[in-house]
Design a protein around this ligand. Structure first.
Ligand SMILES: NC(=O)c1ccc[n+]([C@@H]2O[C@H](COP(=O)([O-])OP(=O)(O)OC[C@H]3O[C@@H](n4cnc5c(N)ncnc54)[C@H](OP(=O)(O)O)[C@@H]3O)[C@@H](O)[C@H]2O)c1
Length: 438
């Protein structure tokens, strides 16, 4: 267990060397040629900075450049290819209102699920496929994606039945997810968007996206100072802290999976709401140090390093007032045991069961004990709280501008590396959100 006073160190400057470690890719061939060395350089820089776990520390051999070529089976289709997976869903035909700029490439790449994983996800469950760039039909826009995020829930979306309030992934179909891009063609004058607009949308995992204009939201530069922050999981973090755990001044707060995309921001929002002590859980001493030294946590507990309840009791001798739980399992059981009278528990994720494919984390609950301590347990799904989006955006934007909040994230370069980036995230090899530059 680690402990220290709150350090309000911004993470962004520490990440600058990471962002510049990857060679700039100007065309796809150059990018493919450079991918192995780029990934290695970024991985080395992240390990140096303590933001990524070396693979060996988790009992596996280090990735070799040769592995990188094997990770994404790149398959190409020509424009007239009639393969069953070749673009039945891509609109074709003349499109006078939406001529592509002459400098645009003719093809783009997207990532598809090859088969549903049973247990651990590996990069060969995903495939990078090349397709002709579609023409937008009337009312549609074509967007060149520049950045997308990978998140833990994407593993859950690969299940046959997810129970989640969104559409799951299917074999031989592209994945989807949050992305940022630039409008390059618009078909029709009433789309409300023009070429050059920066937009956010859900058609990630592909270099180009086409869809109805209403599916793309123009980025308002007045909202968040960094467009990449639109891909953060800050809304979930804010929701769990503000509406779920209802963190108040003086609270002692526990955030499980504190080093992830959601957890790194949950700790910061707890602090902004006046928490006196913020404790996070993670999986290694190295990540625990980053939580305490760079991400504003006062103490960290480590899963797998002895009883979670004992570690939490030591970190919070007076008990917990508020809990933001991403994990379930032993961590939730321990948090409930250490919760004080009147504590508020927000259930946000079930990583304990999620990462091997389920969305269940079953624990034993002593209801009598919860009643006697007046403890509130509340599950929250972002889709039930969309009314809070403006409030979150305002608070997040203001915090990023005045330096009281940072958006901890790492970047991986190139769509070929997106499958590996997701696997690495699920293995806990990153800290903060994981973004892929497309
Ligand atoms: N309720 C909602 O509306 C909502 C919305 C978005 C996301 N979520 C949920 O929020 C949670 C966090 O999502 P995220 O994208 O930010 O993921 P994440 O925390 O960035 O990534 C997953 C993390 O899980 C930890 N982990 C790995 N194996 C584990 C295990 N066996 N037991 C416990 N933890 C393990 C690792 O962290 P360490 O190595 O540090 O332990 C890893 O970094 C997920 O459950 C997601 O579904 C909920």
């Amino acid at each position: 267990m680690l402990g220290s006073a709150f350090a309000r160190t911004a993470l962004a400057p520490a990440l600058t060397p990471v962002l510049t470690a990857a060679p700039a890719a100007t065309d796809w061939r150059t990018r493919e040629d450079n991918l192995a060395s780029a990934y290695e350089a970024v991985a080395a820089a992240r390990i140096q900075l303590g933001l990524t776990e070396p693979v060996q520390s988790r009992g596996k051999r280090a990735k070799q450049p040769a592995d990188l070529a094997l990770d994404a089976g790149v398959k190409s289709y020509r424009r007239n290819d009639r393969s069953p997976t070749a673009a039945e869903d891509i609109p074709r035909g003349p499109c006078p209102g939406a001529a592509m700029p002459s400098s645009s490439p003719a093809t783009y790449r997207e990532v598809r699920l090859t088969r549903r994983p049973e247990g651990e996800l590996t990069p060969d469950h995903l495939q990078v496929v090349t397709f002709p760039i579609p023409d937008p039909t009337p009312g549609q826009v074509l967007v060149r994606n520049t950045l997308m995020s990978v998140t833990a829930v994407m593993r859950t979306l690969m299940r046959d039945e997810t129970d989640l309030p969104v559409t799951g992934y299917a074999p031989d179909r592209p994945l989807w997810g949050p992305a940022l891009g630039e409008v390059v063609a618009v078909n029709g004058s009433d789309a409300g968007l023009v070429p050059g607009d920066l937009v956010t949308h859900r058609h990630g995992w592909r270099e180009y996206a086409v869809g109805d204009a209403a599916e793309f939201q123009r980025v308002d530069p007045a909202e968040l100072p960094d467009p990449a922050a639109h891909l953060s999981q800050g809304f979930t973090a804010w929701l769990g802290i503000v509406r779920g755990a209802q963190v108040r001044a003086g609270d002692t707060v526990f955030v499980s999976a504190a080093a992830g995309g959601v957890g790194t921001l949950a700790g910061q929002f707890a602090r902004l709401r006046g928490a006196a002590r913020v404790i996070g859980s993670t999986s290694s001493e190295r990540k625990a140090r980053v939580l305490v030294e760079q991400l504003g946590y006062d103490a960290a507990v480590i899963r797998g390093a002895g009883s979670m309840e004992d570690q939490l009791r030591a970190a919070a001798p007076e008990g917990l007032d508020a809990v933001f739980d991403n994990v379930g399992g032993e961590q939730l059981s321990a948090a409930l045991a250490v919760a004080r009278r009147g504590a508020r528990i927000a259930l946000i994720g079930a990583l304990d069961g999620q990462l091997s494919g389920g969305f269940r984390s079953v624990i034993e609950v002593d209801s009598g004990s919860l009643i006697l301590r007046g403890i509130t347990v509340r599950g929250l799904s972002g889709s039930d709280h969309l009314d809070a989006l403006p409030e979150w955006t305002k608070e997040f934007g203001q915090g990023l501008r005045d330096g009281t909040l940072t958006f901890p994230h790492v970047r991986v370069s190139g769509i070929d590396q997106a499958p590996r980036a997701l696997c690495d995230l699920l293995e806990g090899r990153h800290i903060g959100a994981v973004l892929v530059e497309l």
